[in-house]
Design a protein around this ligand. Structure first.
Ligand SMILES: Nc1ncnc2c1ncn2[C@@H]1O[C@H](COP(=O)(O)OP(=O)(O)O)[C@@H](O)[C@H]1O
Ligand SMILES: [Mg+2]
Length: 301
């Protein structure tokens, strides 16, 4: 068997470069060659081949795509195309699914996993939106389906606020309204990391005093927490339903229904930064090991 060769593209900020070096090192020890920095933004495709910085992508045995920055449409397009030819981690289909909050919630619900109640409405369906607000007892959240960092998510607590939102929504060119019922929770969440169907680690985030969003970019802070077996089982199941090989599953505990709900699933869950490691987040090594095992298996498969 000829020597395996894998490509990768990984984020470098927040300690990412150290993680990347460790992954490359471990793969090389297994006699797997690694070409890094294969950002598909810099690739061109012609004659049945995608060429990225001199590398013929289709000749790789696997491609590990792990850059959390916003991907361009071009990048996603080539990722999708490449996924038809070689194994990609995450696989493109599941990655694209989890980039969309509506499609993810919908799929999870069909499989019996509890999420926030949601509704997808046609753009401009004011009547539907007003009825939803009423049905949900004035607790509605408008969410962009492809947002991140809590951005663009707004809470609507009465009809007047909704009336004020319409002109804004009409200025955008979104084709639909995706809304969720506001969950009454303790303002903390769980981020549960799953690799290859196995539990890797967990931490939580706490919303700042003046906000109900736990995102770090919305001022949230990291908390150490141990997940219950139930929470882990929910995360493993949810990851499996999406098909993600590597997943960060976000849960919150619904105080009214008295159960965990899956809030969203991230296809490029960040490793703990050096600062977070100092706080006690200790899952990086296990996560690296499991990702290396996964890449090895997929590349040699
Ligand atoms: N239905 C909801 N009920 C209550 N809080 C929510 C709900 N949806 C989101 N949030 C809060 O908003 C934050 C951001 O929402 P999320 O769906 O995770 O989008 P993003 O991709 O921007 O992180 C969550 O971490 C949570 O704190
Ligand atoms: Mg989130």
């Amino acid at each position: 068997m000829s020597k395996c060769k894998v490509g990768m593209w990984m984020y470098k900020n927040g300690g990412g470069e150290i993680i990347q070096n460790e992954i490359v090192h471990q793969l090389q020890e297994r006699d797997i060659a690694v070409v890094s920095d294969l950002n598909l933004t810099n690739a061109r495709a012609t004659n049945g081949r995608i060429i990225c910085r001199g590398t013929a992508m289709e000749e790789l045995d696997a491609f590990f795509s792990y850059n959390a920055g916003k991907q361009t449409q071009y990048q996603m397009y080539l990722y999708q195309t490449l996924n038809e030819a070689i194994p990609c981690l995450n696989n493109f289909t599941s990655f694209a699914l989890t980039e969309d909050k509506f499609r993810t919630s919908h799929k999870l619900n069909q499989a019996g996993v509890t999420t926030a109640e949601y509704r997808m409405l046609r753009r401009g369906d004011k009547k539907g939106l007003k009825k939803t607000l009423k049905d949900w007892g004035d607790r509605l959240i408008y969410k962009p389906t492809d947002g991140w960092g809590g951005m663009g998510i707004v809470k609507i607590e009465n009809e007047r606020a909704l009336d004020m939102l319409f002109p804004f929504l009409e200025q955008t060119n979104i084709p639909y309204f995706y809304v969720e019922k506001y969950i009454n929770y303790d303002m903390t969440d769980y981020r549960i990391d799953i690799v290859d169907g196995q539990y890797v680690g967990c931490y939580g985030r706490q919303a700042p005093k003046d906000s109900w969003k736990t995102n770090i970019t919305s001022g949230g802070s990291i908390i150490l927490r141990e997940p219950s077996d139930e929470a882990i089982a929910i995360a493993i199941n949810a990851a499996a339903i999406t098909g993600l090989e590597i997943a960060g599953v976000d849960l919150i505990y619904d105080l009214e229904r008295e159960q965990y709900i899956v809030l969203e699933i991230n296809g490029i869950p960040a490793f703990a930064t050096p600062e977070q490691q100092q706080l006690g987040l200790a899952f990086n090594q296990l996560k690296i090991n499991k990702i290396v095992d996964l890449i090895t298996r997929v590349a040699q498969g």
